[in-house]
Design a protein around this ligand. Structure first.
Ligand SMILES: N[C@@H](CCC(=O)N[C@@H](CS)C(=O)NCC(=O)O)C(=O)O
Length: 211
């Protein structure tokens, strides 16, 4: 049995949940909180970060490592493109999403949600304003050129789509949505990924925990 460790509302954990769903793999989910400084959890995730995944004797951490492992070991349904050039593009989208996009979009969530909850500190509103007004717009301009006007980046929903939208799902919990007037393609793409039959049950289950 596959065991996934990590709270559902993490943008990185959400990626892995979506991949398990796309691949139709059943798993046990342990809602491990990040920043918990949990000695037992650190044995399977040395940096203390979520997600971590156990599959029999194999223990892995880092969402990208986990998703690539799942793709290699359970290849019946692909979540990366087969074509090499497209696969490289998918990896770039995943890398960008997991670095700068998460830093900014999920950063709003971190400030407004995690900081008060996990660290008992007020959100840094000046930092949030800088993210929204200065840092995010050039990234959103680029993403507007990257996402398709219909369907998903490689036709069907895959990991690249979920990776890219995942930090914006966190931002939406912190009352930030991409301006549909200024970035219409990206805004519609985010809505399309959220509405996909793979994502709907995941987001519903997550909303219950967040609520
Ligand atoms: N590169 C890692 C990043 C994972 C990550 O930063 N997770 C956050 C939660 S969203 C975390 O566990 N943070 C706790 C910490 O940094 O101590 C991945 O892709 O899994």
């Amino acid at each position: 049995m596959i065991i996934l460790h990590g709270v559902s509302a993490s943008p990185y954990v959400r990626k892995v949940i979506a991949v398990l769903a796309m691949k139709q793999l059943s798993f046990e989910h342990k809602q491990q909180m990040p920043f918990a400084r949990d000695a037992e959890f650190n044995k399977i995730s040395p940096l203390g970060k979520v997600p971590a995944l156990q599959d029999g004797d194999i223990t892995l951490c880092d969402s990208t490592v986990i998703c690539e492992y799942l793709e290699d070991i359970y290849p019946e349904i692909n979540v990366y493109p087969i074509n090499h050039a497209n696969k490289a593009k998918a990896r770039w989208v995943e890398e960008l999403a997991g670095s700068r996009v998460t830093e900014l979009a999920a950063g709003i969530f971190f400030q407004r949600f995690m900081r008060p909850m996990a660290f008992k500190k007020d959100p840094d509103e000046a930092l949030i304003a800088k993210i929204i007004d200065k840092d995010l717009p050039p990234i959103l301009d680029y993403l507007e050129t990257l996402v398709p006007a219909t369907d998903f980046i490689f036709g069907e929903l895959q990991l690249a789509d979920v990776s890219l939208v995942s930090p914006f799902i966190n931002a939406s919990y912190a009352n930030y949505t991409v301006d549909a007037q200024r970035w219409p393609k990206l805004s519609a793409f985010i809505d399309r990924v959220r509405a996909h039959p793979i994502m709907q049950p995941i987001l519903k289950a997550e909303a219950k925990i967040m609520g």
